[in-house]
Every structure is written in structure tokens, then in C-alpha cells.
Design a protein around this ligand. Structure first.
Ligand code: AN0
Ligand code: CP
Length: 316
């Protein structure tokens, strides 16, 4: 694998899930593969899980790891083309990415969307510029529109914990006080639409995701109905796709609680990519109770990253 930016870069999804589960069983089986290879993890935005799990995965494969919080520690980056750099930016992404490529065998990049200009965000211009200019394989650590390492870990978690061949998986919108990207729900939807699951998306009016990610899903604005007999419920906030980046008030009752689960989905396992705002997005009674699998899910981020990096190392 030379690029991991979406599920479309994966030739065999079940095989990749199997490799993640194999890595979980025997973490150091391939620790010769990464010998004398360097991965650079470049963050334009904050991270806890993606940073630590990808670093751990790379170390399990024997790689050297460089982490650069370029937003805080690097020169101010110019991301636009055809501008005279007489303002606050010091270095253009063209040179910066090319230089990072000189020091790395693989590069990971995190760059969130601005949530102002939909066309710009959905063209993935920042991520694509890294890919173009660094000239080494690139793995997405969450881009403007997708978070594929998260989605792979989510699918691994569902495969591990499911108790029936074709579980019902529900993605439910949750309240938040900030405008958050659509990357996590877009990506989760895109992976679930390719998995052997019954997939339902539920959100308030006005929060429909771009259809390019939801083809094959059942979509409803009735949360109670969507939750009915769910095996897995994936909780996530996102801002509107149309009008882009908008947040509307008055949807506080979309927060999932044990009362709702007792009524509609008593056996459901509750997932969230984290970080989560307690008692705003998801009730603490769920997070602290037996239905939550969020820590297990976060643990699986290591094995998802390890499966992807293994395939990238094999293709170097
Ligand atoms: C980010 C998001 O929603 O995309 C990262 C999630 C992994 N979350 C926040 O900004 C809170
Ligand atoms: N879920 C996730 O990607 O978390 P971080 O933003 O902490 O990396």
C-alpha cells in the first residue's frame, strides 16, 4: 500500500481487519519489517490517540518515529498556491513536505478542515499537497473529510465484539457546543457501507452527510426508531454539510442515555472515537457503565495502524 487516505485505498478490507487482529495476538511478529525505516507523524492539529497509537504501532514494527507538531513547533506554513509570501507564513508546504520526505520512508499527516469553504475542504487540498510534494507513502491521521485509521479500528472492534453474523450498527448524531468536522462520521459511514452490517444513520433535520459517503445506508431523523434493537451504536457530533459548518441549537435531547437504551436497544454496545464531552455528547452513566466499549475501541487503534503500516512497509 502506497497511500492510506480512505477505504478505497484498501484492496481487501476483511484481510486488513484480519491482519489487525493478528497483530493484536502477536504484536512483535513483524518487528524486523521496519528496521532502519523512519515514519514521521506530522500534526497540524491536536491528537492523543492517533499520535500515541500510530507511534506504538510503528515501534512494534521496529520503525524509528519522528513526531512533529508542525502547528506549534514548525515554521508557519503557507498552504495556498500563487501568493506572495509577505504576510505571517514563513515556509511553503511545497518545500516543507518535500524536505520531510527526504527524512522519512513514510509520512502520516493530520489536517482538519477549516469548515468555512466546503469546496476547498472536500477537495482535500492540504492532504493532497503533502502526498504530491513529499514523494513518499502517506497515511492519513485524519484529513478534512475522512479518518480512515479510526474507521478501521471501529470495524475491527465490531468484528471482535459482534454476537451475530450481520449486526445492526447505528451512527447517531450527538449534541456539541462547537462546529466539528464531518470526517469521522463520513469515514465511518464509508467503511460500514462496505462491511457486512445492517447500517443505519440518524441525525436531526439539517445534518445530512454528503451522499458520497452514505450510499447504501438507511437514513432517518427518528432517533428512537433508528436505535431499535441496535447491536452497536456509534455516537458522534458533526456540523452541517449544508449550510456548511453550521450548528443549530435545540437538539440537546439527542444525547444518548441509559434510559433511551433501556427502551430501544438494551443489548447495544456504545462506541465513540473520543475525545468525548461527558453529559453533553454522551451521558456519563453510559460511559461509566458496562455498555461502553470506547476504551477497548481506542485500544484497537494500535492494531489498525499496525496493519496499515505493515502493508506500507511491505510495499517500500
Ligand atoms: C475531532 C473531530 O471531530 O474530527 C477529532 C476526533 C477524532 N474532534 C474534536 O475536534 C473534538
Ligand atoms: N480518535 C482520535 O483520533 O483521537 P485523537 O484526536 O486524540 O487522535
Amino acid at each position: 500500500m502506497k497511500l492510506f487516505s480512505s477505504v478505497n485505498d484498501v484492496t481487501d478490507v476483511p484481510a486488513l481487519v484480519a491482519q489487525a487482529l493478528a497483530a493484536k495476538k502477536d504484536p512483535f511478529a513483524n518487528n524486523h519489517l521496519g528496521k532502519n525505516k523512519t515514519i514521521s507523524l506530522v500534526f497540524l492539529n491536536p491528537s492523543l490517540r492517533t499520535r500515541m497509537s500510530t507511534q506504538k504501532a510503528a515501534m512494534n514494527l521496529g520503525m524509528n518515529v519522528i513526531v512533529l507538531n508542525i502547528d506549534k513547533e514548525g515554521w508557519a506554513l503557507e498552504l495556498r498556491d500563487n501568493v506572495i509570501m509577505n504576510g505571517t507564513t514563513v515556509e511553503h508546504i511545497r518545500e516543507a513536505a518535500a524536505v520531510m520526505g527526504e527524512y522519512s520512508d513514510i509520512i502520516g499527516v493530520r489536517s482538519f478542515p477549516g469548515l468555512k469553504d466546503r469546496e476547498e475542504d472536500y477537495s482535500e487540498s492540504i492532504f493532497n499537497k503533502f502526498v504530491e510534494f513529499c514523494k513518499v507513502p502517506v497515511v492519513s491521521l485524519e484529513s478534512a473529510t475522512r479518518h480512515p485509521l479510526q474507521s478501521l479500528a471501529d470495524l475491527v472492534t465490531i468484528e471482535e465484539l459482534k454476537t451475530k453474523a450481520r449486526p445492526k450498527v447505528v451512527l447517531t448524531w450527538a449534541p456539541h457546543i462547537k462546529a466539528l468536522p464531518q470526517a469521522v462520521p463520513n469515514s465511518f459511514a464509508e467503511w460500514m457501507c462496505k462491511a457486512d452490517v445492517d447500517f443505519v444513520i440518524t441525525h436531526p433535520e439539517g445534518y445530512a452527510l454528503s451522499e458520497q459517503f452514505t450510499n447504501g445506508a438507511t437514513i432517518t431523523c427518528n432517533q428512537d426508531e433508528a436505535l431499535k434493537d441496535a447491536d452497536f451504536i456509534y455516537v458522534k457530533n458533526w456540523s452541517a454539510y449544508e449550510p456548511y459548518g453550521a450548528v443549530t441549537e435545540g437538539n440537546e435531547d439527542w444525547m444518548l442515555t441509559n434510559a433511551k437504551l433501556n427502551a430501544f436497544a438494551p443489548d447495544a454496545k456504545i462506541m465513540h472515537c473520543l475525545p468525548v464531552r461527558r453529559d453533553l455528547e454522551l451521558s456519563s452513566d453510559i460511559l461509566d457503565g458496562p455498555r461502553s466499549v470506547v476504551i477497548h475501541e481506542a485500544g484497537n487503534r494500535v492494531w489498525a495502524a499496525q496493519a496499515v503500516l505493515k502493508q506500507m512497509l511491505e510495499a517500500l
